[in-house]
Ligand binder design. Structure first.
Ligand SMILES: [Zn+2]
Length: 310
């Protein structure tokens, strides 16, 4: 896609708007598919969940030594079929954490989780014995079968919203939870978005920073220099901010195509995250599934959705 120039603020609000509308489209498109699969998924679910290799009641931190993309050589990694066959770890995707405003549309409220609702969802995870894991642990589990803590879950936050730092971070801290923050770099330092210093702090505190493009354009439309603008430069900027290599990517709107995968590999990504649709059979590490934790969901609904979707 060729970029039309917009003043920065306009670009940001367009990106946010796009994130809301296109994410709902992607979600609706997959709803029918998920519903069709629900009964068989439910039947298979309890059996599958039981086969996740866990390390008993160990904490996430104590079983974090299964390796990372840097330490697991290609010839030691399981093939695609083996990776697909492993039980999936539930992964939740959040956007804004704030109370609803009168102007918020019905559709937007899937992406805006009210503060008390968010706190209740996270408390449910802690009270139910879930342990948050990070992408390196997931990578080691998927590629080598490395054990995970009991009841693993991954929490991810997209789009750089400031309330992820001011609301989500202290809530997760209360339970010793860590998360992944997928940063859209165009927003850094803008009003209502995180600053570079806040992103660095999240990274220093043991969370993982991932890449989520420069300004949230759809990966399926990239041509030529778009890969540099949307992936290479923003990823390099995030590496400069955190002082760490960036290994993980989340597709804007969850939209991807097989052509994008070699481009991400060339640019140092070891895994990439989609939303609730089907994984790629050849490259499951580049199509890891997440569900959007809706603002409408009570803790019980969230739990049911996790069990049904993964
Ligand atoms: Zn996004």
């Amino acid at each position: 896609m060729k970029f039309t120039y917009y003043p920065l603020l306009a670009a940001v609000s367009l990106a946010s708007l796009g994130a809301l509308t296109a994410c709902s489209d992607a979600k609706n498109a997959t709803a029918a598919e998920s519903n069709a699969a629900t009964s068989s998924a439910l039947a298979a679910d309890s059996a599958e969940t039981a086969t996740i290799t866990t390390a008993g009641n160990a904490t996430a931190a104590s079983v974090g030594n299964g390796g990372s993309p840097a330490t697991i050589p290609a010839n030691k990694r399981a093939d695609a079929a083996t990776i697909i066959a492993r039980p999936q770890v539930p992964i939740l995707c959040y956007h804004q954490i704030r109370d609803w405003r009168p102007r918020d549309s019905k559709g937007a409220k899937d992406y805006i989780v009210p503060v008390e609702q968010f706190k209740a969802q996270i408390k449910m995870l802690a009270d139910s014995g879930y342990h948050t894991i990070l992408p390196d642990q997931l990578f080691a589990y998927l590629t080598t079968g490395a054990p995970l803590p009991s009841k693993p879950v991954m929490l991810t936050f997209d789009d750089t919203d400031l309330d992820q730092f001011t609301v989500a971070r202290p809530t997760l801290d209360k339970y010793g939870f860590k998360a992944v923050y997928f940063i859209m770099t165009v927003s850094l330092g803008r009003p209502n978005y995180m600053s570079k210093a806040q992103v660095k702090q999240l990274s220093d505190e043991g969370n993982i920073i991932g890449s989520h493009t420069w300004d949230h354009h759809n990966v399926k439309k990239y041509q030529g220099d778009d890969w540099v603008t949307q992936i290479e430069k923003p990823t390099k900027q995030l590496e400069e901010i955190t002082g760490k290599k960036i290994n993980y990517f989340a597709y804007p709107f969850g939209l991807w195509n097989p052509e994008a995968i070699p481009e991400l590999k060339k640019r140092g990504m070891d895994a990439a995250f989609i939303l609730a649709e089907k994984r790629d059979q050849q490259d499951p590490l580049y199509t890891i599934r997440r569900i959007i934790a809706s603002g409408y969901w009570s803790p019980r609904t969230l739990h049911n959705s996790m069990v049904q979707s993964f």
